[in-house]
Design a protein around this ligand. Structure first.
Ligand code: F6R
Length: 608
């Protein structure tokens, strides 16, 4: 949520900070701002709305200076407005702060500061930071920041500039990411490497409770007792530069179309030899894996849905008890952690606060954590015992698409390896399954080649105000994911249900205006699913079916059919996901909405 950029050096301050903020706009986009120091004063511009508004302001009246901080906001405290946008200032307009996270005790701090005659001008929790720094600023900005850190509770990353020491940016973090980019004669700090790689690929990941001072020639890190910490820079290579639309009208569409490539590349990397070797370089030993009696998956949102599919995959292929928890529930419900349990955390961004807290809970209970992430250097990756990197490349569209199928694919490879280790899947069956796995990218491509059929269905239904998604078995989570995708990008109320559950309540919602997306690929419960659909059809519901090529029977129920290529039931969620993503995409764009940046959402949810 919220993106931070700070830069010190001789380049054009407006251009560098704006370039960084553009890359971070996925983290929040209801307002933005930038502050520099010039001629002994803080110069500031803030604007409501998407970053474009600020960019236009700066185009007309660029700020001057060789040091500055910028911010793109996802409001938590105080509505999106100019005075609530960051940077936030102290009473004398000499200290400016950009912040990502939540200050949990801000009400107490604010009351105390007001009693001490500090004047507040916003409704944000952030504003207590510049005022607290102002209160403690006697000798150095670093010491004042440390004293402020001692007072504030919550999760935060913030960057500060002050006119008293106009050549430095001081930043710090706790439970929220912050990355330093080390340049030649300039340095940069940001919430995400995406905002940095245009300038330098030499990176330092700041750890919790560290304070970093950047001048144009130096980067110094200390702990909260001002002891210097020596940290090596990491050189970034790989896909971090791919964050452009590549000719597609939206990132979401581009990322939907990237799915065959992502899966193909994983196959090339992990299954080259035709043999199933340990598909990812895991430190967990085979001897430990076979002893496991339970797997506990925890994640949020779409990643939680991937985990749900993972439960079906792991239980069916590995015969091991698997639970799936929403991280924000897992972390507070005092989960039973006895036995030989492996915790699997799933997170595209690797920064989701609730998932990270779940990992910390699990580690406190001495459980090993394997995380499935898409960002190798992320906090979740660094704090887990083992990671599987899905290597899907940056996902910029707020709605997760290629990361979801990438997560599913990682779960398949993990489960297949594990199953073979336990001698549950025999060699012949495994060979058949791997053959099918290799066909997934081309089958995905066949679906994408017929995207216009989904668009046609979207045209018929894009004005509906409610949708139900139904699935059974391994495609019950596909129904949940289809509904989530639709609601987040189209603002249409949509709900996912296991089809067998309809008659226990939700069938009351069915009337002739209700579109019901039924996921009915070939499976051993096809007939059960078919009769569930007949039940809703009999109440007037409008059926949209996702079925398997060659299924003629489904035509008895509807003409709105999207066919996926034939594949075994267990792999079908990988294919089913694509028409559901396309349906959400087309409905959103037909309604004229900003599909890449839906209202109220942010890509990386680093607050509780
Ligand atoms: C939905 C979506 C979210 C995320 C959720 C977890 O399209 O993207 O539901 O899946 O916020 O995020 P990660 O996977 O980064 O932990």
């Amino acid at each position: 949520m919220c993106g931070i950029v700070g830069y010190v050096g001789a380049r054009d301050i407006n251009a560098v900070i704006l370039a960084g903020l553009w890359k971070l706009e996925y983290r929040g986009y209801d307002s933005s701002g930038i502050a520099t120091i010039y001629d002994g004063e803080i110069r500031i511009k803030r604007a409501i709305g998407k970053l474009k508004v600020l960019a236009d302001v700066l185009d007309k009246e660029p700020l001057k200076g060789n040091i500055g901080i910028g911010h793109t906001r996802w409001a938590t405290h105080g509505e999106p407005s100019e005075e609530n946008a960051h940077p936030q200032l102290d009473c004398s307009d000499s200290i400016a702060v950009v912040h990502n996270g939540i200050i949990e005790n801000y009400i107490n701090l604010k009351e105390k500061l007001i009693a001490e005659h500090h004047i507040f001008r916003s409704f944000t929790d952030t504003e207590v930071i510049p005022h607290t720094i102002e209160k403690y600023y006697t000798d150095s900005l670093e010491n004042a920041v440390i004293k402020a850190m001692n007072e504030i509770e919550g999760s935060y990353a913030f960057a500060v500039i002050s006119t008293k020491e106009p050549n430095k940016i001081v930043c710090c973090k706790k439970n929220t990411p912050l990355v330093i980019g080390v340049g030649e004669k300039d340095n940069i700090v940001a919430s995400d490497i995406l905002a940095i790689v245009g300038l330098t690929r030499k990176i330092i990941y700041l750890e919790d409770n560290e304070i970093c001072t950047l001048t144009k020639d130096s980067v110094k890190i200390t702990d909260r007792n001002s002891n210097e910490i020596k940290r090596k820079t990491v050189y970034l290579n790989g896909k971090v530069l791919e964050a452009d639309k590549g000719g597609f009208s939206h990132f979401m569409l581009k990322e939907i179309y990237e799915q065959p490539k992502v899966i193909h590349e994983t196959i090339e990397k992990r299954l080259q030899s035709g043999e199933l070797f340990k598909p990812f370089p895991l430190s967990i030993k085979d001897s430990e894996l076979v002893k496991l009696s339970r797997i506990l998956i925890q994640a949020c949102g779409t990643s939680w849905h991937a985990g749900h599919v993972g439960k079906y995959i792991i239980e069916s292929l590995c015969r091991i008890h698997t639970e799936v928890d929403i991280s924000s529930e897992f972390r507070y419900r005092n989960p039973v952690t006895s036995g030989e349990t492996l915790v699997i955390a799933i997170s595209q961004s690797g920064e989701t606060a609730d998932t990270l807290a779940g990992i910390r809970e699990a580690k406190l209970a001495f459980l090993k954590v394997l995380s499935i992430v898409n960002v190798a250097g992320s906090t979740i990756a660094r704090e887990s015992n083992d990671i599987i990197n899905i290597d899907a490349g940056p996902e910029i569209g707020v709605a997760s698409t290629k990361a979801y199928t990438g997560q599913l694919f990682a779960l398949y490879l993990f489960a297949l390896y594990f199953s073979r280790l336990k001698w549950i899947t025999k060699d012949d069956d495994l060979a058949l399954m791997l053959k099918e796995v290799r066909e997934i990218p081309s089958k995905m491509q066949m679906i994408l080649d017929r995207a216009s059929q989904v668009e046609e269905i979207a045209r018929k239904f894009h004005q509906s105000s409610n949708f139900i998604f139904l699935g059974r078995g391994i495609n019950y989570p596909s129904a949940l994911e289809g509904a989530l995708k639709l609601k987040e990008v189209s603002y249409i109320h949509a709900t996912g249900y296991p089809a067998g559950e309809m008659k226990h309540g939700p069938i009351a919602l069915v009337d002739k205006n209700l579109p019901i997306v039924c996921i009915i690929p070939k499976s051993n419960i096809y007939e059960k699913m078919f009769s569930n659909i007949e039940e809703v059809k009999a109440r007037g519901g409008q059926i949209i079916a996702v079925a398997t090529e060659g299924d003629k029977k489904i035509k008895e129920l509807t003409e709105n059919i999207f066919y996926i290529p034939e594949c075994s039931e267990i792999l079908s969620p990988l294919l089913v996901a694509l028409p559901l993503q396309l349906l959400a995409y087309y409905i959103s764009t037909l309604r004229g909405l900003d599909v890449d940046k839906p209202r109220n959402l942010a890509k990386s949810v680093t607050v509780e």
